[in-house]
Design a protein around this ligand. Sequence first.
Ligand code: SAH
Ligand code: SF4
Length: 367
Amino acid sequence: MAPINLIGQSRTELIETLAGLGEKPFRAKQLWNWMYHRGERDFGAMINLGKPLREKLLNAAVMELPEVAVEQKSKDGTRKWLLRTADGNEVESVYIPEDDRGALCVSSQVGCTLACTFCHTGTQKLMRNLTAAEIVGQVMVARDAYGEWPSPKSGRMLSNIVLMGMGEPLFNYDNVAKALHIIMDGDGLAISKRRVTLSTSGVVPMIEQVGRELGVGLAISLHAVTDELRDVLVPINRKYPIKELLAACKNYPGASNARRITFEYVMLKGVNDSLSDAKRLAHLLKDIPAKINLIPFNKWPGAQYDCSPAPKIKRFSEILNDLGLSAPIRVPRGRDIMAACGQLKSAGETARRGAAARPSVAEAGSV
Ligand code: SAH
Ligand code: SF4
């Protein structure tokens, strides 16, 4: 029988796995602490489990993370991991450092079923959903890289999680939710829900559930202020138009002035960056506790759009500010290693579509 991967099992499943080995529930608690608080991945070192259980685990179980195929480091400190799953699929996660903390941008699917016209991931067809183990695994790989075990209470470099990598997290809700429960568990990785943000292109029927069950911060990929344009940029809009999306945001459990919903708005030259777009954006969001994140478009090879000029983005931001909305401009990070927003795509896919599309690992400076 193939060994069971304990990573990604919920607490209940872990108790069941141990019951199958003839063990009591308190052992699951101990094992949980070893795996997720201390980051221990050698059963032999888990001394308080007792020798017989350690041996049973050695025979029946593994703690398996996705394999790190390539690790790259940008000039600005951004780090990207190309991870290979057991069945040979590839996903990326990106760590974006700030001065004394940082966010890990986590993927939820291999590729994406949606085809937002400005997004590189959207040009890669969906291979499959990631499992909870593969989602938790991305966080553990990054925490390994920073050696932050046992999970520190404060002063962590890996302090925040954003579900803004490859894929649409709400099309893989069950695995995403399961993984987040593990990641947010206070006796383990302990990244609080206040430090987790989930970004969606607008899967309206799932939004309320996210707030109720997970309580994480919500980010919406809005990008357009009319249905006519959003139908093109973010095609899921044809199914769930702006009005329905904003109604779901208005009712998002837990949203408040202290905890605003982020609206992501990619700046596309001559497409969605006019002054009247800015005004209409402020109008649309007037009844929602909102903040806006203006994202300069990150161009990728073959993209049909250009980024709005910097002064135009600045003006757009100022108009929103004048109308009472916070609208910072996101500084692009990790551009030299193709790690910026919307550029993630598996290396294999990119290579198949033209070797020139991505700098080689050596050029980009692998670590
Ligand atoms: N699928 C989810 C989460 C991943 S995308 C979603 O769409 O929300 C994370 C963010 O990057 C989204 O707001 C997305 O619209 C944006 N994005 C995609 N491609 C981009 C690009 N080329 N330049 C800038 N932002 C981009
Ligand atoms: Fe998928 Fe999000 Fe990219 Fe759209 S923007 S194609 S939903 S990953």
